[in-house]
Write a protein that binds this ligand. Structure first.
Ligand SMILES: [Zn+2]
Ligand SMILES: [Zn+2]
Ligand SMILES: [Zn+2]
Ligand SMILES: [Zn+2]
Length: 368
């Protein structure tokens, strides 16, 4: 029974990794370090300086371990598809709200690019006439026949209304007091010309002032601004074009402890690990990023290693959703060392080695 378990386990994680040693890291760094700077920081009085004089024993005063998790990721789906080719049609006033791009034949590093993978192209902007107003920006009013005025409804276009005093008759009736010989009063009615309308029976229309027409309330001077194009008469069309990335190379995700991030740029580590076949532990299941799985192969664990594992897991699961990683793809765990150094002349710097013995990468910080 125990044999079966061992077999399964063996197939998940292949073998123990011989971590890179501090001496290997130091020697590799020393081989490539700038000669002038070495001399400046390590030269001793009365001794001809030689590269071999620089020793790890005299320089490295502290060594600490950490782990590096690394997995490749594909360029996002949007890279190939995205909104590439999508045509947008907007009114003239909206054009200024877009960010247009003009790459002028230059290519862009995918990893440095902050925006979308398809962007509005400056060169693709075209003007198109509005189909509704045929480029005029306005549409004639049908209600008033484009004149801007309609027949006055109060006077039915006559300019006159019936006089309110005489009701259109032209005359009014007044009563006169008449007295007889006995001084007795009686009333008689007398018709006189209407004083208000001067016997015509009609008034000037109060609504149109006699002009027979009023302003059309359906338009502004016989026409209306075209609602489709907002009066511009034109639209603008532009295309989304794919950002010209440098190459569709794979990029990768790298995880390691925060205080090392201060010294070495993740991008640099990523590029180094991408370019070299550095060896480490290979996992095919993100769930294997646990202390229990890794310690037997690494032979050590650090207080922040759990956190790094969880960070990597979280990111991996996120990238699974966008299909930038695959469920069973390779995940590498590298042993790593941080070497704190001080030269004989007091120059402080840090060295970092990532990988296994004989197959590792070295980075330095502060040796300037
Ligand atoms: Zn229009
Ligand atoms: Zn009108
Ligand atoms: Zn009128
Ligand atoms: Zn009258």
């Amino acid at each position: 029974m125990s044999e079966v378990i061992a077999l399964i386990f063996y197939s998940v994680i292949k073998m123990e990794v011989q971590a890179v040693t501090s001496d290997e890291i130091f020697q590799e760094w020393l081989r490539n370090a700038d000669g002038k700077r070495l001399k400046k920081y390590f030269e001793k009085k009365k001794v001809d300086f030689k590269r071999e004089h620089v020793s790890a024993v005299e320089t490295v005063y502290d060594v600490s371990k950490f782990i590096v998790i690394y997995f490749k990721k594909k360029t996002p789906e949007a890279f190939a598809k995205g909104e590439d080719g999508k045509v947008e049609t907007v009114t003239a006033d909206k054009l200024g709200k877009y960010r247009f791009y003009d790459f002028q034949g230059k290519r862009v590093d995918f990893d440095q690019w902050k925006g979308d993978t398809s962007v509005p192209s400056l060169a693709s902007i075209r003007r198109v006439d509005c189909q509704k107003c045929h480029g005029a920006g306005t549409i004639g009013c049908e209600k008033c026949g484009r004149s801007g005025r309609i027949k006055c409804d109060k006077c039915s276009g006559t300019g006159k209304t019936s006089c309110s005093s005489c009701k259109g008759t032209g005359s009014i009736t007044i009563e006169l007091d008449v007295y007889d010989a006995n001084n007795k009063k009686r009333k008689i009615q007398k018709t006189i010309p209407c004083p208000k309308c001067g016997h015509t029976g009609s008034d000037v229309c109060s609504k149109c002032g006699g002009g027979r027409s009023v302003l059309c309330r359906n338009c502004d001077g016989g026409s209306n601004i075209c609602k489709d194009c907002k009066g511009f008469g034109v639209y603008y069309q532009f295309k989304y074009e794919a950002v010209p990335f440098l190459s569709q190379r794979q990029s990768a995700m790298v995880f390691y402890k925060r205080d090392v991030e201060k010294f070495i740029d993740k991008k640099e580590v990523e590029q180094l690990l991408n370019s070299r076949n550095t060896s480490g532990l290979t996992l095919n299941n993100i769930e294997d990023l646990t202390q229990g799985r890794l310690v037997p192969q690494l032979n050590y664990w650090t207080p922040d290693a759990d956190k790094i594992c969880n960070e990597a897991k979280k990111e991996f699961k996120k990238l699974l959703k966008t299909r930038e990683v695959e469920q069973n793809q390779k995940i590498m765990v590298f042993p790593a060392l941080q070497l704190r150094c001080k030269s004989t002349k007091g120059k402080s710097f840090e060295l970092f080695g990532i990988g296994s013995s004989g197959n590792f990468v070295v980075l330095s910080d502060g040796f300037k």
